[in-house]
Every structure is written in structure tokens, then in C-alpha cells.
Design a protein around this ligand. Sequence first.
Ligand SMILES: C[S@@+](CC[C@H](N)C(=O)[O-])C[C@H]1O[C@@H](n2cnc3c(N)ncnc32)[C@H](O)[C@@H]1O
Length: 273
Amino acid sequence: MSEGGQSGAGPIFEGHILTLFPDFFTSPLSASILGRALARGEVRVQAHDIRAFASGKHRVTDDTPYGGGAGMVMKAGPIVRCLEAVEEGCLERGGARPHRIVLTPGGARFDQRAARRLASLPAISVVCGRYEGIDERVMAHVDEEISVGDFVLTGGEPAALAVLDAVIRLLPGVLGNAASAEDESFGQGLLEYPQFTRPAIFREVAVPEILLSGDHARVDRWRRGQALLRTSLRRPELLADLELTKDDRRLLEQARQEAIERSGTPAPAQEDP
Ligand SMILES: C[S@@+](CC[C@H](N)C(=O)[O-])C[C@H]1O[C@@H](n2cnc3c(N)ncnc32)[C@H](O)[C@@H]1O
């Protein structure tokens, strides 16, 4: 079981992970930005062992599927009892009732908007499935089902880590630089502009000159143009959700022209959204 450190003020966010493999989370939760937020006590993350809520001598958590077929299905009882125990614990400590989530490939696709929504909640419980998945009757006891993408993982644990990481880094004070989350991909509905660091020339490819100019206003405009160009080329559907200003259109066109000049080959023509 992993747990955040404690401070007098109490955590601003609680993430509860319901899993058959609580040890899975020990190392990732102790590293880097997440680990520091936990150590400071701003955030509490706890992995709860679903098996502890199974009955019988062997604490069985799965069984064969009704109707036949391959694999095993996670039983509803241990999961629902675990959700209830987590909730009871939170309420006893004077905390909020956690928003209940099941991770499943059949859920609504997780994205930055969902991360922001979950980061605005005081507490979430995240159920990780295994095997062929979870008895469908558990879904009546949760608030939402989430998928991290159109692929199938062996278990919900990596998906839970992805969701918690994306949520926790949005909490106030967790990232060193408050502006950085807003500036990143999806922060303003765009992919992020390309980033560069030293050396100024790497294998004959130079950093765009403007980044060495020290002119922050021009750098900001260049980055906006690059973000627009990258989004238009890689994720045109994201641009469709945005209202581009006249200036945005100008920056996008400029960025396209620059790309053509740099490569000597025309960037694929894109219709202005
Ligand atoms: C092998 S998967 C079960 C897949 C299930 N039989 C299906 O076809 O939808 C086992 C568990 O991994 C988790 N999982 C797998 N892929 C996922 C995804 N894309 N998003 C969220 N959770 C996922 C879920 O918790 C799921 O219950």
C-alpha cells in the first residue's frame, strides 16, 4: 500500500486505487514530481488490495464467466466492498466521498479535459480490472467508466497510473512552474510547439534562430505559429474545436511558409479550419 506523507493541513486531493496488485504502485508513486507531492502531504494516494475484501479461506476474487468462454472474470462482491470501505475511511477522516471510476477499454476516452475535471474533485477511487474484466454489475456502483485508449492492457494498473499522474500534476502547487500545464499540449486545445535545448547545433541541424534572439514577444508568436502548424498537420480535428483569430491564421501561414523554406519541400496543404 502506498501512501502520501502527512502535513497539518491535510491533502488537497485523495486518489484511491483498488487493485489486486498494490505493490505495482510503490516505485512509480515515489519518483519525481508525484513522489514529492506525496511526500509533502499535498496529495494522498493509497493502493487498496481488493483481495482483502474477498470472502472464504482462499479469498477468491475471480470466477469463470457465465455463458462460458475463455478466462476469468473479477467478482463483484470484493470490489464493491472495497469501494465501500474506502469511502467509509474517507468519511471517518472527515474527507469527501470519492468519485468512483472503473478502468475499462469500453469506457469514455480519457483526455486532458477529463484530467482537469477529475483534478477539480477532492477524491477519486479508481478500480483496476484484470483477466477478462469485471462483473458488469459493479458498474451500477460507480460514477463513470474510463478508457485510456483504444488498446487492451493486461490490467488496469498502468491505466490508473496514467490517470492519476495526469490529474495530480494539474493540482495547485504540484508542478514547479504554474504556467507550464497551461502551456503544454492540450492546455489551450493545441499540441505544444517543438522544444529545443543545448547544443545550438546537433548533427548539422541548428535550433531555429528566433529562439536565440532573446526577444520574448517574437519567441511567443513563433511558438504559437508552430503549435498551430503542428496541430493542423498531426491533429486537425483539434483545430476544428477552436476559433482561430486573424492573427492565428497569419501565424499558421507564416509557420507553413517557414517549414517549406526549411525543408525545401512543401508542407502538405491544409485547409484553414
Ligand atoms: C485484459 S483487460 C480486459 C479486456 C476486456 N476483456 C475487453 O475486451 O474489453 C483487463 C483489465 O485491464 C484494464 N484495461 C485494459 N485496457 C484498458 C484501457 N484501454 N483503458 C482502461 N483500462 C484498461 C481494465 O481494467 C480491464 O478490466
